[in-house]
Design a protein around this ligand. Sequence first.
Ligand code: SF4
Length: 244
Amino acid sequence: MPATRTKAKNKSAPKKSARKLNQPRKTFRSPLAPERVAAILKALDEAYPHAVTALHHHTPWELLVATILSAQCTDARVNMVTPELFRRFPTPAAMARASLPEIEEIIRSTGFFRNKAKSIRGAAQTIIADFGSQVPQTMAELLTIPGVARKTANVVLGASFHKAEGIVVDTHVFRIAHRLELAKGNTPGKVEQELMRELPRDHWIRFSNEVIQHGRKVCLARKPKCIECTLEPLCRSKDKTWSS
Ligand code: SF4
């Protein structure tokens, strides 16, 4: 009897299932089928409608510095050191005059602090010398700044200037782009190029912010919480811990 079958299924199903079990699972002709990509983007928009960078900042300069510090470090740790760093050295001019040991002492807990201190002071000096003390607003110019690679440039362009010249690919975006079969590349640069080909440009900035949230809250590196994931019906990752 249908009613009995439904009851039996629901009893054995996990309580937090993201998908109603009587919904048909959609199949797509390929992982990159436009309708599948659109469904993933829609699910991310719905799950993380207010996703923004977690790095605390007030100016493009502060965001640039915070992003340099975030390499191999959590955003929470960066947010613990930047208030003191920006209190002592609030502008590129102040940072350019700082001694390396002064900077190192403040940022030590973020790891790789000697290299990061050099990058931050070098960035300040370049911004003063080449860009009139203003953080530039193009990818080509940002990439001339010490310590700035595409990821940092994309973060600053997106969050501070609302410019989509590329897509931020951090560890979460790299992992989840693979799990969702949106990319196959073995480097962040290759994954970024694939995503730029596949995703509509008006999603480039928010896609990364949303996926980073997803990676922190649900699609964890070691044990993804697939049972709570609203993208689960679209995901065929071998890392899945639960499947409807
Ligand atoms: S179903 Fe699991 S592996 Fe796939 S995106 Fe969701 S949390 Fe990640």
